[in-house]
Design a protein around this ligand. Sequence first.
Ligand code: BG6
Length: 480
Amino acid sequence: MIENSTLVLFGAKGNLSRVKLIPGLFHLDESGQLPEGMKILSVGRQSSTQGEWENEIKSMLDKKFKKGYCKETFKKFIARNLYHANLPDDPDAFKKFASRLKESNKFAQNLAFFLSVRPTDFALIVDQLADENLLDQSSGWKRVLIEKPFGTNLESAIQLQQSIAKHLNEDQIYRIDHYLGKSALQNILVTRFANSILEPLWNNEHIDHIQITNHEMLGVGDRTTFYDATGALRDMIQSHLLQMMALTTMEKPESFSPNHIRDEKIKLLESIRPIKDGEFSSHAFRAQYAAGEIHGEGKVNGYLSELENEDSITETYAAVKIFIDNPRWKGVPIYLRTAKRLHESGTNISVKFKNTCSLIGDSNNWFIFNIQPGESSTIVLTTKTPGLDDQELRLTKLEGSNRIDGDESIDAYEILMLDLLNGNQSRFLHIDEVKAQWSFVDPIINYWTQNKEKLHQYISGSADPESSKVIFEDPSQFWR
Ligand code: BG6
């Protein structure tokens, strides 16, 4: 059970807080996960009275829970929610905030700070918390959760780390990657290590290649400024896709304790082979969506016209090839790809096994972790089509849902907020993971930045661009 504590939400009026954090906390309260005396102090840069904040919470919940929600829980939830305006033009804003938070008769002094703010504010806020003595653990534990992205490249990640490490120990820093809160990702290690039909085959002797895919039908929406400075490689591959790869390929941890899991992920990420000069065009591919049609949305604009800047070379499609330099994975290409505005949305990890029988032409044998939509495991087998033709083969798909009626449905952010309050860091990133992830993507970004050619355009609503296949190691490989 969580110790009595106070959750302080910086950026409480932002989109993440409205859509995920406040509704998530309500859901946790409804299921009895939050301690009785726990308060949620939301901090924003605009002033709001307590009454206005309560109305805002109500409208967030109305939007999220369209079928309604329990009125009793709502009363209890409202009573634990308070608002504090940290006005940007007030030089004493943090002093006032600190003296309010230090009222120990109102707020438990175990403090969890959730920083859902502009990345440029992370270090500043931590400095100010430290100046006001709010990170001193003599009155209770103090933890800081930092939203993604942790830096925009290796250098800035190291700078941010140096800055916050002046005030915080590693065990107080919770670097979030919300994919690690998805139950389908938590299932990867269990499926790999609890089922003895998989582990003996999980290596370069049997596996041809691995594809880790995240496709979205959505475009960049109203995040054009953020997205144009970021691009698909930094936005998705540097974080979520490399984490999925680490879980899929890491060695068995000594135990499922947070430190053992993180140690193995770090080892794996640090074994990624750096791409050499001259290899970039065969290891990384980028493209941008053009106007087209998306199922359910109709006609949509291309990225450049949404951005109103025809010169942007920011990618909305990125695919990379990775090799891991360790005995298990030597020689096995791992393809990571992500895109906005494709014909379908879906995230999965597809593991292709080698052809083993020369008597049967091209066999197709896969193990697939379907992450979303729908959490399932699929085995694809090559089988004989019944009938007279001995040569006719087809694919048999064995698909099992990892969810059954009655299973709990908990959003990734809910799990991660509980972890933060419980002091469990296993689903958060160690600084060495962040560094290894930037070390892999930085050279690709540098190569792309120097090359100012117009990007390949793919029509919104289409499948992967044909030219993305340039990264395949073998002509028999294809996108699943
Ligand atoms: C975020 C990215 O981290 O993850 C977004 O910034 C992306 O661009 C999102 O759409 C995808 O998350 P999910 O949970 O919807 O798959």
